[in-house]
Design a protein around this ligand. Sequence first.
Ligand code: URA
Length: 226
Amino acid sequence: MPAERLDKLISRLGYCTRNELRKHLDLVTVDGEPAKKADQKVEHRQVRWEGEPLDPDPLWVLLHKPAGYTCSTKDPGELVFDLLPERWMFRRPQLSTVGRLDKDSSGVLLLTDDGQALHRLTSPKSGIDKVYEVTLALPATARDCERLAAGGLMLEDETKPLLPCEVELVGEHNVIMVLHEGRYHQVKRMWAALGNEVVRLHRSRFGKWRVDDLEPGEYKLLEPEI
Ligand code: URA
C-alpha cells in the first residue's frame, strides 16, 4: 500500500480528525516508535493506535443482524452500525451494507467500504444466491411453492417478472427459499401476492457467507474480496 500522511490515514479510518490527531499523537506509534509529526509519511502496516494494528483497509465485515435493527446510518431507532465500533461510522470511503435486510429480518449482512466490490455484489447481474428461512402467518401449500418457484410473477409497481427461484416447504408454516435476485421487500411481497404474510424472515446465506458461528449482534472481519 502506498505511503500517505499519518493524519490523513488516521482520519480516513475514522479514529479521529486530522486536528484531533495533533492532541492524540501520543496514542500512535510508527514502526514501534512514538509518532513524531501528524504529517509524516507512513504505510498502513507501520502504524499502531494505542498499541493495536489499524483496522483493515479496505474493510470487510460479516454481521449476524438481529431483528429490530435498521440498515441505515441515520434512521430513528437502533441501527446495524450501533453493533460495530463507533469509529467505523466516520471512515472514508463510507462503510455501507451490501444490500439491505428489513428492520424485522435477521441473518447474514455483509458490510464493506470497497465501492467497486459493493457495486459488483449488489448489481442485478451478480445473481448471488440468497437463502431465506421464512415463517408464514397462514399454512403454505406445495402449489404456492411451485407458483413462486416457477418465476414469472409480476409484483406490484414492477416492470419485470420475477426470476425462477427455489422454494422448499419444510413445515406447515415454514419454507426455505433460494433467490437469485434482490428486490425491495422481495420475500414479503412474493408471499403477499399469494395472500399470505411473512411473520419471520432470516437470511441464512448470502453467496458463500453464513453466520452459523456468530450470535445475533456479533460480527467478524473478513478477508477482502478482490
Ligand atoms: N425480502 C424481504 O422481504 N425482506 C428482507 O429483509 C429480505 C428479503
